[in-house]
Ligand binder design. Structure first.
Ligand SMILES: [Zn+2]
Length: 294
């Protein structure tokens, strides 16, 4: 076997809050095909840093489903639950650089601001007695990037406000963990759902602060269910069946506007995936959100 091209490293990074569903299969398949078509590596990272949201056994169920669908990853799976030291070290560095501050605001107090933090605690000087989160001081600046599917993107950081990096309950924030781990795993290319498009400017800004290189991005259109809402574990999307992967692989390829070979049901999963790697064309994926499931 040829050694992989290390100039491309992609990843699939599920949260083990339930089994894989069709929407996550589409995201996994797209990032897998993009990596393999580039001759690159494809890694899996389990984003298990939020125990209250997780389901026991879901990480193993997800890995079994990836295997059943022929999406074989390279190297060991990274578990974010083992990465606290690295996250803590990054927080310490940012703290030393006076880029973090404590915030005691309740969810209720912030509700009217719809996700944009208005900076209430930015200028508090004492360490609070009550539980607090750590927020990142974020400047007035526009983050831009060129998305391979969505095109040119520009997000003014002041519309987002100061992100939480350490939660009030002591858990590390998703934004922090993703940035630290993408750097640790040498990720060069991120292919994921457009529901995460809003996270990208926060992550880009944090990457710049920590002097990490910026990956290329491709944000996939979100798969909707029959009611027109996003297919997700929260709205009880069906778990992928493990015994008959071909029909859903075909539907996933169609959702990505990729060709499907003739007599596809005579193929093995491995042969179909190799054919799909050879015919992968990210440019035919529509940028518009919300491909209907059927
Ligand atoms: Zn606050």
């Amino acid at each position: 076997m040829n050694s992989p091209d290390t100039s491309y490293t992609g990843r699939f990074a599920p949260t083990p809050s339930g089994p894989l569903h069709f929407g996550s299969l589409v995201a996994a398949l797209a990032s897998y095909l993009d990596a393999r078509a580039a001759g690159g590596q494809w890694l899996v990272r389990m984003e298990d840093i939020d125990p209250p949201r997780e389901q026991p056994g879901a990480a193993d169920t997800i890995l079994r489903a990836l295997d059943a669908y022929g999406l074989h990853w390279d190297g060991p799976v990274m578990y974010q639950s083992n990465r606290s030291e690295a996250y803590r070290a990054a927080l310490d560095e940012l703290k030393q650089r006076e880029l973090l501050y404590s915030c005691t605001c309740s969810r209720k107090k912030l509700t009217p601001y719809q996700g944009r933090y208005p900076g209430f605690c930015r200028h508090l000087s004492e360490i609070p007695q009550e539980p607090y989160s750590l927020r990142l001081k974020t400047p007035t600046r526009t983050v831009t990037f060129d998305d391979r599917i969505q095109g040119k993107q520009a997000f003014p950081l002041d519309e987002i406000g100061d992100s939480i990096l350490l939660r009030k309950d002591g858990l590390f924030a998703y934004q922090l963990a993703v940035v630290i781990d993408d750097a640790e795993q040498g990720i060069t290319d991120i292919v994921r759902g457009s529901d995460l498009l809003d996270s990208t400017p926060r992550q880009q800004y944090l990457r710049q602060l920590l002097d990490f290189s910026e990956p290329a991005y491709a944000h996939l259109p979100v798969i909707l269910n029959d009611n027109g809402s996003k297919l997700s574990k929260q709205n009880h999307a069906d778990a992928l069946p493990l015994d008959n992967p071909l029909p859903l692989l075909v539907r996933a390829l169609q959702a990505l506007s990729q060709p499907v070979p003739e007599s596809v049901y005579d193929l093995t999963v491995e042969t179909l995936l190799q054919w799909s790697v050879d015919h992968w064309n990210i440019e035919s994926i529509p940028s518009r959100m919300g491909i209907p499931l059927k």
